[in-house]
Design a binder for this molecule. Structure first.
Ligand code: ADP
Ligand code: MG
Length: 422
C-alpha cells in the first residue's frame, strides 16, 4: 500500500452530512455553455454512489473556471487585457461570473446518478445553508461555484469554517485540485474530520507506487512545449527513473545546450545551463537520458506546413522543430518495450496538427503495446492518448494535469497532506 491517508471506507458515514469536494471543472462550449466532456463528473460517481449507499447525505462542491469575485480586480484584469475601461460595467462583470454557474453540472450529475440533485444558489449563503440543513440521507446537494466566494483561493479560514459548519465529515475527491491550498480543497480540513474519496486514493496508489517502488526499468517520457514548465519533473525523476526520454518543444533547448543549431525552434535561452546540469546529473546518477536524434521540422508553425526531416542538432535556420523523427521513434519505442513502468508527461510534438502527430501517436502505440505499467500524467498527453484511441490500453490516465505534474515533481499536495493519516 502506497497510499497512507484515510479514505471513506475507514470512517462511519451513515446518517452523516458529508461535504464532498469534487473536481467538476469541466470544459464547456464557449457559446452555449454545454458541457463538452463529462469525464470529471463521471470520475466522481464511485465516491458519491458509495456515500449514498452507506446512508450519507452528500453536499458536493467544486470550482468551475476562473470567475473573478471582486469587481475592482475584474476591471483591472480586463483593462490589462486591453479592454476599454468605460465599457467595463458592473452588469458585465456579474454576467462574466454568473456564466460559471455549476447549474449545468447539477443537471448532468443528476442524469448520471439517476436521481435528483438539488442546486444551491450560493456557497455558504442563506440558500446553501438552508438546503444543507434540510438535506436527508440519500440526497445530493450541489453548492454553487466555490470561486464565487472571494475567500476560496485565499484559503480564508472564515469561508472554510462556514463550509465545514454545514457538514459533519469532509471528503476530498478533487484530484485535479489537490495541488492548491484553497478553502474548499484544504482549509476546510481544519474544522472537520477529513478523508479522501476513491479517485484520490486510486490516483495516488498508482502514481505513488510507480515512484516509490516501481517495477523496473522505470522509463519517464517527458515532452510538451517548455523546459521551464517541466524543470521540477525532470530534476525529480532523474533521481528515480532508469531512463529519461525527452521529446516535444523542450528537446530543442537541450539540443542547443549541447551545441546544436535549432533554427527557429521553441528555445528557452534562460534554461540552457539547466539542461546541461540535467545532462551532467544523469551521467552522475547513471540514468540514461535520451534526446531526439532526428526531427520533423517546418518553415512555419501551422497545420499545412510541409514536414522536413532533419538532424535535431542541425535544424535549418529558417525552420522549427515540430515533432520527433522516425529514428527517434524507433529508439524511444524500444526503451518503452523493455520497461517495467512507463510514466509519460507531455506530447512528443505538435500533435494538434496531423502532419506532426506521428511521433506522439507512435509513442502512444508503443505504450499501448508494452506489458509495462503505463501511467499518463498531464492534460494534453491524456487528451492525445484519448484522441488517438489508446486510452483503454493504459494502466492509468491521471485526471489531474497540474496535480499530477506537481506529484511527479515530488511536491507535497496540500489537499492530501490535510487529510487524516491511515
Ligand atoms: P501536458 O499537458 O501533457 O503536461 P504540455 O502542456 O507541457 O503537456 O505541452 C503540450 C503542448 O506542447 C501541446 O499543445 C503541443 O502542441 C506542444 N508541443 C509539443 N511539441 C512542440 C514543439 N516541438 N514545438 C512547440 N510546441 C510543442
Ligand atoms: Mg498542458
Amino acid at each position: 500500500m502506497n497510499y497512507n491517508k484515510k479514505t471513506v471506507k475507514d470512517v462511519d458515514v451513515k446518517g452523516k452530512k458529508v461535504l464532498l469536494r469534487c473536481d467538476f471543472n469541466v470544459p464547456q462550449d464557449k457559446a452555449t455553455g454545454a458541457i463538452t466532456d463529462d469525464k470529471r463528473i463521471r470520475s466522481s460517481l464511485p465516491t458519491i454512489q458509495y456515500l449514498l449507499d452507506q446512508g450519507a447525505a452528500v453536499i458536493a462542491c467544486s470550482h468551475l473556471g476562473k470567475p473573478e469575485p471582486n469587481f475592482e480586480k475584474w476591471v483591472k484584469k480586463q483593462t490589462e487585457k486591453g479592454k476599454d475601461p468605460a465599457e467595463l460595467t458592473e452588469a458585465k462583470w456579474k454576467k462574466s461570473v454568473e456564466k460559471l454557474t455549476l447549474a449545468p453540472v447539477a443537471v448532468r450529475l443528476s442524469e448520471l446518478l439517476g436521481r435528483e440533485v438539488l442546486m444551491a444558489k450560493d456557497v455558504v449563503g442563506p440558500d446553501a445553508t438552508a438546503k444543507a440543513a434540510a438535506l436527508q440521507p440519500g440526497q445530493v446537494l450541489l453548492l454553487e461555484n466555490t470561486r464565487f466566494e472571494k475567500g476560496e483561493t485565499k484559503n480564508d479560514p472564515a469561508l472554510a469554517k462556514a463550509m465545514a459548519d454545514m457538514a459533519e465529515l469532509y471528503v476530498s475527491d478533487a484530484f485535479g485540485s489537490v495541488h492548491r491550498a484553497h478553502a474548499s480543497t484544504a482549509g476546510v480540513a481544519a474544522y472537520l474530520p477529513a478523508v479522501s474519496g476513491f479517485l484520490i486514493a486510486k490516483e495516488l496508489e498508482i502514481m505513488g507506487g510507480a515512484l516509490a517502488d516501481p517495477k523496473r526499468p522505470l522509463v519517464a517520457i517527458l515532452g510538451g512545449s517548455k523546459v521551464s514548465s517541466k524543470i521540477g519533473v525532470i530534476n525529480h525523476l532523474l533521481d528515480i527513473a532508469d531512463t529519461i526520454i525527452i521529446g516535444g518543444g523542450m528537446a530543442y533547448t537541450f539540443a542547443k545546450a549541447q551545441g546544436g543549431s535549432v533554427g527557429k525552434s521553441l528555445l528557452e535561452s534562460d534554461w540552457l545551463d539547466y539542461c546541461n546540469e540535467m545532462i551532467a546529473k544523469a551521467k552522475e546518477k547513471g540514468t540514461q537520458l535520451l534526446l531526439p536524434e532526428d526531427t520533423l521540422a517546418a518553415k512555419s508553425f501551422s497545420a499545412d506546413a510541409e514536414p522536413v526531416l532533419c538532424d535535431t542538432m542541425a535544424i535549418p535556420e529558417d525552420m522549427l522543430g515540430m515533432d520527433i523523427g522516425p529514428k527517434t521513434v524507433t529508439a524511444y519505442a524500444a526503451a518503452v518495450k523493455d520497461a517495467g513502468t512507463v510514466i509519460w508527461n507531455g506530447p512528443m510534438g505538435v500533435f494538434e496538427f496531423p502532419a506532426f502527430a506521428e511521433g506522439t501517436r507512435s509513442i502512444a502505440k508503443a505504450l499501448a503495446d508494452t506489458d509495462a505499467i503505463t501511467i499518463i500524467g498531464g492534460g494534453d498527453s491524456a487528451a492525445a492518448v484519448a484522441q488517438m484511441g489508446f486510452a483503454d490500453k493504459m494502466t492509468h490516465i491521471s485526471t489531474g494535469g497540474g496535480a499530477s505534474l506537481e506529484f511527479l515533481e515530488g511536491k507535497e499536495l496540500p489537499g492530501v497532506a490535510c487529510l487524516l493519516d491511515a
